[in-house]
Design a protein around this ligand. Sequence first.
Ligand SMILES: *[C@@H]1O[C@H](CO)[C@@H](O)[C@H](O)[C@H]1NC(C)=O
Ligand SMILES: *[C@@H]1O[C@H](CO)[C@@H](O)[C@H](O)[C@H]1NC(C)=O
Ligand SMILES: *[C@@H]1O[C@H](CO)[C@@H](O)[C@H](O)[C@H]1NC(C)=O
Ligand SMILES: *[C@@H]1O[C@H](CO)[C@@H](O)[C@H](O)[C@H]1NC(C)=O
Ligand SMILES: *[C@@H]1O[C@H](CO)[C@@H](O)[C@H](O)[C@H]1NC(C)=O
Length: 291
Amino acid sequence: MRTRWNISGLLVMLCGVNLSDMLGYKPVVIVHGLLDGPKQFIPLAGAIQKVHPGTNVSVIDLYDHLSSLKPLWRQVMGFKKMFYPIAQEAKNGVNLICFSQGGLICRGLLSILPDHNVHNFISLSAPQAGQYGDTAILKRFFPHYLKAKVFHFCYSSLGQEVSICNFWNDPHQRERFVNSSKYLALLNGEKPHSNMTEWRKNFLRINKLVLIGGPDDDVITPWESSQFGFYDSNETIVEMKKQNWFVADTFGLKTLHARGDLAQCLLSGVKHSGWHRNETVFSTCIEEWLT
Ligand SMILES: *[C@@H]1O[C@H](CO)[C@@H](O)[C@H](O)[C@H]1NC(C)=O
Ligand SMILES: *[C@@H]1O[C@H](CO)[C@@H](O)[C@H](O)[C@H]1NC(C)=O
Ligand SMILES: *[C@@H]1O[C@H](CO)[C@@H](O)[C@H](O)[C@H]1NC(C)=O
Ligand SMILES: *[C@@H]1O[C@H](CO)[C@@H](O)[C@H](O)[C@H]1NC(C)=O
Ligand SMILES: *[C@@H]1O[C@H](CO)[C@@H](O)[C@H](O)[C@H]1NC(C)=O
């Protein structure tokens, strides 16, 4: 028995009409980022319900706060269990908004689920190409390391038990990254593996990929990682279209682009903690993809 009453719940009970189905708003599933949890997404859920009344918004309450440091594959398996029941009830599919590290978790999910019904996948300032920077978060966990030394820990089997290391991408240690990363190097197809074709096919079930990011993000480094750009060995940015994962279409990015299904939304003036709270971000980059 549900005890929380809302208009759409009431309509389901009284007339068997599901308001969000009627209005055509797909349920929205939100996956949080590193060191946060559902609470931080109340403003975003509120903004969605304000423009699309009756939308069923679920923020998955799993691996919150310090637990978000667990290895990413373990988190993907956990999120999968929570995600399936919501998706199965959604006849017309769901839209997915995934913030920061959550954007990588969502890519893992979309790669391994052969039957997912995710319509639009909105990647909200997520380090899709990896992270390499001395940010406050890094300092908190590795106070004695400079970024150039983090690889010693991250590219060890112990390091790969920490989520950040799963996507730590040291541009001066390419070979070590490819050899050791149990997550990002596989997702981006930098390290070839037997599931690549299958993962690509699964990922391409999405309707649109929406990449949101901007230069004033003070955590994602380089910020272009939110757009699949990354440093070369001289720490010069190589944009998405010149990256091997795009050129070789290792996981479907080029195909999405060719299909017209890759949207990029860049905004300046937004700090990392602002993406899910800022009304301009919502109205400019998110709202139109939630139908
Ligand atoms: C929202 O989705 C959840 C998960 O599928 C479901 O249990 C709940 O009944 C839905 N709520 C409404 C009001 O449709
Ligand atoms: C990466 O792995 C290959 C093959 O196992 C090995 O030959 C090479 O030495 C490794 N490179 C580094 C930097 O660990
Ligand atoms: C490929 O998929 C299978 C089945 O899901 C899994 O057991 C295996 O670990 C995967 N391989 C890689 C390299 O992820
Ligand atoms: C990095 O800079 C050096 C010196 O300017 C240059 O020789 C090298 O080709 C550059 N590497 C890349 C990957 O651009
Ligand atoms: C919200 O986003 C706008 C547009 O990018 C930006 O100019 C503004 O500074 C942001 N506000 C806050 C509080 O982050």
